[in-house]
Design a protein around this ligand. Structure first.
Ligand code: RAM
Length: 339
């Protein structure tokens, strides 16, 4: 009896020991998943869908990374604040955000960083106090100047132009518009007159209505610059619907996949963009570098962006990928297959 009890006890200990061993093994051996949330300006925007693709590519390459892709339905700072609050409760490891406002998100982003969450802004920047780094797609001067150059070429250097932007607080569009206005002060652009700047909030219907408004209230308009992939599609459609192809030219920043038809209709001759897949990939890769302690913030800090190489942060914690590329009837179909 005694022996049997002992054996049973030993078996029980063995079983428990085995179970405990299993449990240890589970937590010890199973690789912990890193959760990186990509918070975009708004959902339903093809540009951010492409950035999401890049984020997934980075996650697959790194391994053990889960991407949470999220954003408000319309591009508002309030919507992003709510989302970041919930990501803080979910204890994600990093937040990669394209901000709808440079300052409004800073307090919630600071809260996230205080809880150990790494915050990277990409595309549309957060003010320096709210993030570990900002990844710009390209140099802002280049992006702004390029758009004036394209418009000036289509207008033969003379006439009225207007800007159809995204939301009024968007960091990236506002910086580019600032550069465009400065560029227009140069003597070679003295013949160009900026008559209006309107905001379509990166919503197709509002952007379309704003474009129609521009065309009707400025009958001498020769070009619309839309520094937003949503706005440029809407403006192209408005020009076609109003029967103004050949009279009013649309240019700006667009996705080849969304613009090919408008280049063929003649509403657009040339537009620019960088690779949004690479942008999402690089931002996600950089976020992972911060999570694993391989990257630090600071002037001159070098951050690996995987297959794209490495970037160096400036005194504002900002950095940029390559120059924008231009598209026209000669190459738009080829790139339309990619993004
Ligand atoms: C829209 C968004 C995005 C911008 C592109 C060019 O998709 O506003 O932030 O970078 O356009």
């Amino acid at each position: 009896m005694k022996i049997k009890q002992l054996l049973l006890a030993a078996a029980a200990v063995g079983v428990f020991a085995g179970l405990a061993g299993c449990a240890d093994k589970k937590t010890g051996d199973a690789p912990e998943r890193t959760r990186i949330a990509m918070v975009v300006k708004s959902l339903g925007n093809g540009f951010f869908d492409a950035a999401h693709q890049g984020a997934k590519d980075a996650a697959a390459e790194i391994g053990g990374v889960e991407i949470i892709y999220t954003g408000p339905t319309t591009p508002s700072a309030e919507g992003q604040i709510e989302i970041i609050n919930s990501l803080i409760s979910q204890k994600v490891d990093a937040i990669v955000v394209s901000a709808n406002d440079p300052n409004a998100l800073v307090p919630i982003a600071k809260k996230a960083m205080q809880r150990g969450i790494k915050v990277i802004s990409f595309d549309s920047a957060l003010a320096p106090g709210g993030r570990q780094m900002q990844l710009n797609p390209s140099n802002a001067e280049l992006i702004g100047q390029k758009q004036i150059e394209m418009a000036a070429a289509e207008m033969n250097g003379k006439g009225e132009l207007a800007i159809l932007s995204a939301s009024a607080q968007a960091t990236n569009q506002n910086i580019w518009i600032g550069v465009m206005k400065k560029t227009l002060e140069q003597p070679q652009y003295a013949g160009l007159k900026l008559v209006a700047t309107v905001y379509g909030d990166d919503q197709s219907d509002k952007s379309y209505r704003e474009a129609i408004g521009l065309l009707r209230s400025h009958p001498n308009l020769k070009a619309i610059i839309a520094p937003t992939t949503v706005g440029i599609v809407a403006a192209s459609k408005a020009v076609a619907d109003e029967g103004l192809v050949g009279k009013v030219f649309v240019t700006g920043l667009g996705l080849p996949s969304e613009m090919a038809g408008h280049v063929k209709s003649g509403a657009v001759r040339e537009f620019a963009i960088w690779n949004p897949i690479d942008l999402g990939y690089a931002a996600t890769f950089a976020a992972h570098q911060f999570v694993t302690g391989k990257a630090q913030s600071g002037d001159g800090a070098i951050v690996s962006v995987g297959r794209l190489g490495a970037v160096t942060l400036d005194a504002n914690g900002e950095t940029a990928l390559g120059p924008p590329f231009t598209y026209n009837a000669g190459n738009v179909d080829q790139f339309a297959k990619l993004f």
